[in-house]
Design a protein around this ligand. Structure first.
Ligand code: 3PG
Length: 209
């Protein structure tokens, strides 16, 4: 399983976290992000049209890697996979999700915010995890602290990350990529400022790691 998620983590230093309110925005948004060098995109399942948005990207934007975020249940995981999600992301993890998603065999970034949560997921075979909410849960210093006792777990921190602090995370050996909404701000999506989003994506794609 880690090989498949590794390809998504390796695609770019940043996975944009996007919340799509107007389904028609999905395709131009994913195209704008991919054009800037960010192919993987996490569509949060927080809006009524999120599955339709995910499906539209999966079908119409071959240069993108569409994933589903905010996956809280096995039902949502299945619906996202049916909509064409290439990967799933969750803010945490439950036994039901661990069993259900393992059975589905789809790449998954389960969330962890404490050493015990990291260890439980590691025991379950998940060596690639989302650290969430990154800034609130201890930031880059926390991940640096986990690096010594848990060096084989690679994180994609998300939550409060921006162009200003992304480098602090990306410079750590146990960080594969970071996630965040700063590359696709809701105001720019509402204004359909696709060129502006491509420019933000270009800057994010150029971050060293
Ligand atoms: C997530 O779902 O991972 C977060 O809401 C994204 O966090 P951000 O908006 O602080 O980047």
């Amino acid at each position: 399983m880690s090989e498949k998620i590794d390809r998504i983590i390796a695609a770019a230093p940043v996975i944009p976290v996007v919340t799509i309110r107007v389904v028609e925005d999905a395709v131009p948004l994913a195209r704008a992000l991919a054009a800037g060098g960010l192919p993987a995109v996490e569509v949060t399942l927080r809006t009524p049209g999120s599955l339709a948005a995910l499906e539209a990207i999966a079908r119409n934007v071959p240069e993108a890697i569409a994933g589903a975020g905010t996956v809280l249940s096995k039902g949502q995981a299945k619906a996202a996979a049916e909509a064409g999600a290439a990967f799933l992301v969750s803010p945490g993890a439950t036994e039901a999700l661990i069993l259900g998603i393992r059975e589905m065999g789809i790449p998954w970034l389960p969330g962890a915010a404490t050493a015990s949560e990291v260890m439980r997921l590691r025991e379950a075979g998940f060596y690639r995890q989302k650290f969430f909410p990154a800034e609130q849960a201890g930031g880059a210093a926390m991940l640096k602290g986990w690096g010594a006792p848990l060096p084989d777990v690679v994180f994609c921190p998300t939550g409060g990350i921006s162009a200003a602090n992304a480098k602090d995370y990306l410079s750590l050996p146990n960080v594969g990529c970071v996630g965040g909404s700063w590359v696709a701000p809701s105001k720019m999506i509402a204004e359909k400022d696709w060129a502006g989003i491509t420019a933000l994506a270009q800057a994010a794609a150029a971050l060293p790691r």
